[in-house]
Structures are given as C-alpha cells and as structure tokens.
Ligand binder design. Structure first.
Ligand code: FAD
Length: 381
C-alpha cells in the first residue's frame, strides 16, 4: 500500500469531521475519505439543534450534556465559526393532557441535570411574542442551542488539516482490508491506504461500510423534510416545538409522524419541520407532508400564514432500532471503530462522540461509559 495513516475516517459529515479533528489534536496522522463533498450527506439536511429538551434520562442525555460541554469548553474559541447560538428551546402544548405529560417529563429531566422552567400558557408570549394564544402550557430549556451544521463540518475539517490531516473528497471507500481478523486499511477507487484504525462515520450508510468489513450494523435511513421560509425580520427567537415531538422522536414506527418544530435562523429564514418516516433512500418530494408541516407551524405561529416558503429539503437520519448511536471499537473486526447512527441528534452529539471515541482509540479512559453504544449489542441484545 502506498499511503498510510494512524486513523482513516470514512465520511466527511459532522461525525467524520469531529473525529478527524479530535484525532489530529491527539497528534495522530489522519486521512479522511469522502465519496462526495464535505457535509454532502445528512449533515447538510439538519437544522443543527443541540437539544437536551427532547431527551429522557439515560445514556443519550448524558452524551448530549457532555457534547454540549465540549462545544462550550474545548471548542469555545471556534463557536462563532459555526454560528453557535445558545438561544434555548421552548416546548409547548395545546392540550391539557399534553401539558400534564410535559410537566411530568420536566420533573424527570430536572432530576437528570437538565435546566428547565415550567410555563403557563399566558407566559409563553414573554418568550415568543408571536406564539398562538391558544397554547395551554410550555417549558423553557436554556441549555438548548444551535449551530450551522455545514459550517461545523467544514471548519472542523479545516482545523484538522491545519494539524496535518489529509481530507480527500470524491473518493469512495470500496473495501476494508483485513489481515486475519485485524482491519489494516481501506481500499478506494484511487488505491489502498493502510491504517492503524478505521473509523466508520458514514452516517445512514454506515451499515454498508460495516458490511465491507464483514460485520452487521442495523442502521437505516429515517427520512425528514424541512421547509425554509423567505427571510424575515427576527420573528421567532428560540427553537419552538410541540410536546408530541418527543414521542415521535422515540417512536420506532415505520409510518409517517409529523410534529411542528419552528425556529428562526441568523439569515432571517424560518426553518419548519419535522417529519419522520422509514421509506428507504426515497428522495421524492411529498407535497402532502410539506403541507402538514406548514399547517402545524401556522397553528403554533399564526403570523406564518402570510409568509412565503422559499424552498424545502430532505435528508436521511441514521436510525438505529434502539435509538442510540453506535460508538466505539468493534470487537468483531479489531481495528474497526464506529461513530454512526445518531439519528436526529448527530449534529448536537458529534463533538462529544468524537472526543470520547478518540479517547478510547488512543487507549485513555473515556469521560463517559460507552457500553450502551457498543457496536455488537445487536448481535447479543
Ligand atoms: C430533517 C432533519 C433534521 C435534523 N435536525 C437535526 C438537528 O436539529 N440537530 C441534530 O443534532 N441533528 C439533526 N439531524 C440529524 C443530523 O443531521 C444527523 O444525525 C447527522 O448529520 C449525521 O452526521 P454523520 O456525519 O453521521 O452523517 P452524514 O452527514 O450523512 O455523513 C456521512 C458521510 O459519509 C459519506 N460516505 C458514505 N459512504 C461512504 C463511502 N463508502 N466512502 C466514503 N464516504 C462515504 C457520505 O457521502 C456522507 O457525506 C437532522 C436530520 C434531518 C434529516
């Protein structure tokens, strides 16, 4: 093999970029391979929220709080590069039963370290002046934040390159080389690269990459649409979403679920989601789904009824059946590591995942226990 690296990273989305950065920061020789362009996968299709509000107590919440700290501490000096905005999230309910369920959720979350303020319906306008007066209750989460996902991936890779990493786009990994059991490198259309470790950060395609090493990962695409309005003067100040969104996130149903998620951006556009369905990698636009999203957003913010939609886009969340990502070493193929399957939270969880993965890969104790995320858990549940 003509080229070699300590770590080859497959995929240049948020996860691959973050892994490359933390590996390069450790002094490792890093080579990133991306079959298309930087952030051309799901990372270009997300809203970029760093949410703790939509998580129940458990390993994913622990990872979300950890990742938030990595953004705010380790990467604090770069936050402006990816438009880090600690704007907070507002969860609302229009029904009495929804308000009760939200109040119960906040009790559990507060016990797990989440900061949250419960609000009466009449208090919601203090946070969002244009919100519907019909809403009964809500909760404000000051720890929720947002970044611009493509800027995050692009700048992390630039920072990694400044530390010596090689980033190769338009080059697909078509094989994973094994010597006996051990993974020793990868094969691309442009030649082979030997590696001490291979990190699979191929997002919704991570199962296909794992298969190249002869191991199974049950990662599937979960499609989502987003509507983008024309730019407005600042109208919506926080991430605002309906309480039923949390139930939809946790659902394993293949069928369509929609719940209103609305937020303003620095450029003035308003992003409107969210839909979830498992329909493979089907890229056909669905006007009925977009119409549902628009109607539900207008129910939250009646002012949006007179606003034009500029465009829509879709992406494929990398979904795991137990809604947890796959992070860590794969004992079925020694030398292969995974940082994939983060579903609808991969931007928020990216930098925490990467820091932990590189700690493990370099033989250090990890700041969080990674056993809930182990790649082989689906073989022996
Ligand atoms: C509508 C929608 C809204 C979302 N909103 C949010 C949000 O608000 N907050 C949040 O945290 N997350 C959100 N997400 C989820 C988030 O976007 C994903 O979890 C995240 O982008 C996954 O990043 P990744 O790097 O794992 O995958 P990707 O960005 O898909 O990167 C994987 C890369 O691997 C490359 N690749 C695949 N196979 C190969 C190969 N054989 N060789 C070389 N390269 C390969 C692909 O081309 C791709 O660029 C949302 C997703 C959607 C669809």
């Amino acid at each position: 093999m003509s080229q070699s690296a300590d770590v080859v990273v497959v995929g240049a989305g948020a996860l691959g970029a973050a892994c490359a950065y933390f590996a390069a920061r450790q002094g490792m020789r890093v080579h990133v391979l991306e079959r298309a362009q930087i952030a051309s996968g799901t990372t270009s299709a997300g809203e970029g929220n760093l949410l703790v509000s939509d998580k129940e107590a458990g390993p994913e919440l622990d990872l979300a709080l950890y990742s938030r700290d990595v953004f705010r501490d380790d990467l604090a000096e770069y936050g402006r590069l990816w438009e880090f905005d600690g704007k907070g999230g507002l969860v609302v309910s229009a029904t009495e039963s929804g308000a009760d369920a939200l109040a119960e959720l906040t009790v559990r979350q507060r016990a797990s370290g989440i900061e949250v303020t419960n609000l009466e319906g009449t208090q919601l306008r203090d946070y969002e002046p244009h919100i519907s007066p019909a809403l009964r209750a809500g909760a404000f989460y000051p720890q929720d934040a947002q970044v611009q996902p493509m800027l995050l991936a692009g700048h992390l890779l630039r920072l990694a390159r400044d530390l010596g990493a090689v980033v190769q786009t338009n080059t697909a990994v078509i094989g994973i080389i094994r010597n006996g059991d051990r993974v020793t490198g990868i094969q691309t259309s442009a030649g082979a690269i030997s590696a001490g470790a291979v990190v699979n950060a191929a997002g919704a395609w991570a199962g296909v990459v794992a298969e190249l090493a002869g191991v199974q990962l049950p990662i599937l695409p979960r499609r989502g649409f987003v509507l983008v309005t024309e730019p407005l003067p600042l109208t919506i100040h926080h991430k605002v979403y309906a309480a039923e969104y949390v139930t939809n996130v946790l659902s394993s149903d293949e069928g369509l679920q929609t719940s209103p998620v609305v937020e303003g951006t620095g450029s003035g556009t308003v992003l409107i989601g969210s839909s979830r369905e498992r329909v493979g990698f089907n890229r056909t636009i669905s006007v009925p789904i977009l119409a549902q999203l628009a109607a539900k957003a207008i129910a939250l913010f009646p002012i949006l009824a007179s606003v034009k939609v500029m465009r829509s886009y879709l992406g494929f969340r990398p979904y795991c059946p137990d809604h947890l990502p796959v992070i860590g070493h794969d004992p079925r193929a020694p030398g292969l590591w995974h940082a994939s399957g983060h579903e609808g939270a991969g931007i928020g969880l990216s930098v925490g995942t990467a820091k932990l993965l590189i700690q493990a890969l370099s033989g250090q104790p990890t700041d969080l226990d990674l056993s809930a995320f182990r790649p082989e858990r689906f073989d022996h549940p």
